[in-house]
Design a protein around this ligand. Structure first.
Ligand code: DP6
Length: 350
């Protein structure tokens, strides 16, 4: 182990992702109750720069964390809690000092989930620091698998941000080597899905009523929990099949069914709660009406909040953007929406 004692620097950009089949419910050490599939985004990402020094402290880790240039004690405390949780697997952390500075490409208040991009970007920096300190370099496949696994321990959905395209986290008989511990890219994908885009309608940028972590917890005593986990497995197999055979209308139907199921699980939790807003429903109604009339296979999904993600193929971009500008934009908060597309995964910057 090299005791460098000088400051070194590493930086990564890591994307956000939107789940098609949802992870909702977990157990043990951040293991999902059912497998999930996501699409990795391109324009919604976190950039994290880490300066690190090894060997000057023995009771570390020592962390100085800034978000968009300002100290962020709440996020720093979350990272410290995470680092404490992994300390037995990563003993080098005890001797590590870090100055971390992170920023998101999307507005902080956009209501877009940022834990997937921010946690995966942090973990990528930490693992590069480790391999430089220890002097062992892993091959890319092993490195990404470990990054996915350690990202999962920070935030479940972050496990899926390590790869581009469509990504599975959790076990499926149809995807060899799939695992609950880390995510893997889904490689058998019909050309029709390879250019999918995501337009995010910002209905509200306010904090959600319930943090996702609490939402997962409410699944433990949920009256429909077992039904849901079984259904999610079936839906996952159907989604894998659809991605392979290119059935775009089948995709739309299943995607929307998953989104509405997620929110109905929140409403039927004990206590029940509602994250969607009136304009979430108004947007959904207009999307369905437009699909029916135009035949364009666009479809909506929701993460745990009120914002609506519209997934659609590149070839319909002009028509869909026209539709958004004329029929949906006015239903968004300050007319705000994000034009995104499928991305290729994280990128090392320094
Ligand atoms: C609805 O990954 O945010 O977006 O593991 O507690 O950090 P923690 O939860 P998180 O949950 C994401 C829930 C979801 C569905 C999904 O992304 O699959």
């Amino acid at each position: 182990m090299s005791s460098s004692q000088t400051w070194k620097k590493v930086a990564w950009r890591s994307p956000s992702n939107i789940a098609l089949i949802k992870y909702w419910g977990k157990y043990g050490r951040q293991l999902p109750r059912n497998p999930s599939i996501s699409m990795t985004l391109k324009n919604c990402y976190t950039e994290t720069e880490m300066e690190y020094r090894f060997g000057n402290v023995s009771n570390g880790p020592v962390l100085d964390f800034r978000f968009q240039g300002k100290h962020d004690e709440i996020f720093a405390a979350r990272l410290m809690h995470y680092l404490d949780d992994i300390s037995s697997e990563k003993p080098f952390l005890r001797n590590l000092e870090m100055k971390v500075s992170s920023s998101n490409s999307f507005p902080h208040s956009a209501g877009v989930a940022s834990s997937a991009s921010s946690m995966s970007a942090f973990v990528l920096c930490m693992l590069v620091a480790e391999s430089e300190i220890i002097g062992v370099e892993k091959d890319e496949e092993e490195f990404l698998k470990e990054a996915s696994s350690f990202s999962r321990l920070a935030s479940g959905s972050a496990a899926r941000s390590l790869y581009g395209g469509f990504v599975i986290w959790g076990e499926s008989a149809f995807i060899p080597h799939s695992s609950s511990k880390y995510a893997l890219p889904v490689t058998e994908v019909s050309p029709v899905f390879r250019t999918y885009r995501d337009a995010v309608m910002i209905v509200s940028s306010k904090k959600k009523t319930m943090a996702s972590t609490r939402g997962h917890k409410l699944m433990e005593d949920h009256p429909f929990a077992q039904e849901r986990y079984g259904q999610a497995r079936v839906n996952l197999s159907r989604m894998i099949e659809i991605l392979r055979n290119g059935d775009q209308m089948g995709f739309a139907e299943l995607l929307e069914h998953e989104a509405l199921t997620l929110h109905s699980l929140m409403m039927s939790s004990i206590p029940g709660y509602i994250e969607i807003k009136a304009n979430t429903i108004n947007i959904i109604d207009r999307i369905r009406e437009y699909r029916e009339k135009s035949g364009v296979p666009l479809a909506f999904t929701l993460d745990a909040g009120p914002n609506v993600h519209i997934l659609y193929p590149e070839e319909d971009k002009e028509e869909v953007i026209y539709f958004i500008k004329h029929q949906l934009k006015d239903l968004c908060e300050n007319k705000k929406w994000i034009d995104d597309e499928m991305g290729t995964g994280p990128e090392r910057l320094i």
